[in-house]
Design a protein around this ligand. Structure first.
Ligand SMILES: [Zn+2]
Length: 79
């Protein structure tokens, strides 16, 4: 669904994502976003979480506050 909204950038550069947009896309607090520029556009997409060690995006878990895959967690536990 197309959505248009006008938002001001605040004095430290922040922009609030409208609640309707967050709900429609299932964005939650602390989700990571990817911000890219495309000519004169800013493209914001939900970043897929990936393992901080190997970069895989499957089997991701939170481990001591970081995103780590299950196989790297096993390796860490053996170390
Ligand atoms: Zn990993």
């Amino acid at each position: 669904m197309a959505y248009t909204s006008y938002k001001k950038i605040d004095d430290v550069g922040r922009v609030v994502l409208p609640k309707d947009v967050r709900e429609e896309l299932g964005l939650r607090i602390n989700d990571m976003l990817r911000i890219e520029t495309e000519n004169d556009r800013i493209v914001i997409t939900k970043a897929e979480e990936s393992c901080i060690f190997c970069g895989k995006s499957s089997g991701i878990k939170r481990y001591m506050g970081k995103t780590v895959c299950e196989s790297c967690i096993k390796k860490l536990n053996k170390a």
